[in-house]
Design a protein around this ligand. Structure first.
Ligand code: NAP
Length: 209
């Protein structure tokens, strides 16, 4: 699949690098082709390509957004998605590890407003990037769960293929309004791991019967 990445830092590079190794074609979208993160990504994986954001989006079937939440407005301004899926990996995290939108609305619903002609799917937000570098848990017979949400079923199916490609079990939690709950899961994970000493590779798995 042709995939664009807006944001190629901790999260973006981990996902882009593993997707490229699975045979996908990755183009980074950044107006500064020589930014630190772009240069580092290209040094680490010379198969990645880079272009301006709109050109990268035009070249792709699906787009990942992995920018600091505060940068979303600038990154998405004027970008035309023409109905493409936009995988929102961003989290609105405020001071003291709180919800930066005061838990009134989700960051992903704001992303949807900033990119009205995209089909936004929230994914790859509930764990630290270390688990995107390596999602394998060889001593278990279940995969780590990746909870996603979005309003468009086709877009969720498209994103789920990549979620599974990256070693996670994709679990559809419902419409984009569920993003607020996923963002609170993120805050829970961050507090447990970054503040209360749980292992960085702490993940959730889904058991059903
Ligand atoms: N870190 C985690 O463990 C983790 C896990 C899950 C989700 N998240 C969420 O994922 C997002 C990214 O986190 P991160 O840790 O990967 O951040 P990061 O390492 O700081 O990387 C941010 C990336 O966004 C790019 N960027 C910033 N402003 C941009 C703009 N206007 N246009 C295009 N690109 C722009 C940066 O490029 P430049 O070098 O040009 O500035 C850089 O490539 C955040 O929203 C975070 O909450 C983080």
């Amino acid at each position: 699949m042709n995939i664009a990445f807006i944001g190629i830092g901790n999260v973006g590079f981990a996902l882009a690098n593993n997707l490229q190794k699975k045979g996908h074609h990755i183009v980074i979208g950044n107006e500064d082709l020589n930014s630190q993160s772009v240069k580092k990504a290209l040094q680490l994986n010379s198969e990645l390509k880079v272009n301006g954001i709109q050109d990268a989006v035009n070249l792709s079937e699906i787009v990942f957004l992995a920018t600091p939440y505060q940068a979303n407005e600038m990154a998405l301004k004027g970008i035309k998605f023409d109905g493409k899926t936009l995988v929102d990996c961003t989290n609105p995290v405020g001071a003291g590890i709180t919800h930066a939108l005061n838990s009134v609305r989700s960051g992903s619903e704001v992303v949807q407003e900033l990119a009205p002609d995209a089909k936004v799917v929230k994914a790859f937000t509930i764990y630290g990037f270390e688990n995107f570098i390596d999602s394998s848990f060889p001593n278990y017979n279940v995969k780590p769960a990746m909870l996603i949400c979005g309003n468009d079923m086709e877009a969720k199916n498209q994103a789920s293929v990549l979620v599974e490609d990256l070693g996670f079990a994709a679990i559809d939690t419902g419409n984009l309004s569920q993003a607020l709950h996923l963002e609170h899961m993120t805050l829970l994970w961050v507090k447990m791991v970054r503040m209360h000493g749980h292992n960085t590779n702490f993940v959730w798995a889904a058991l059903e019967k």
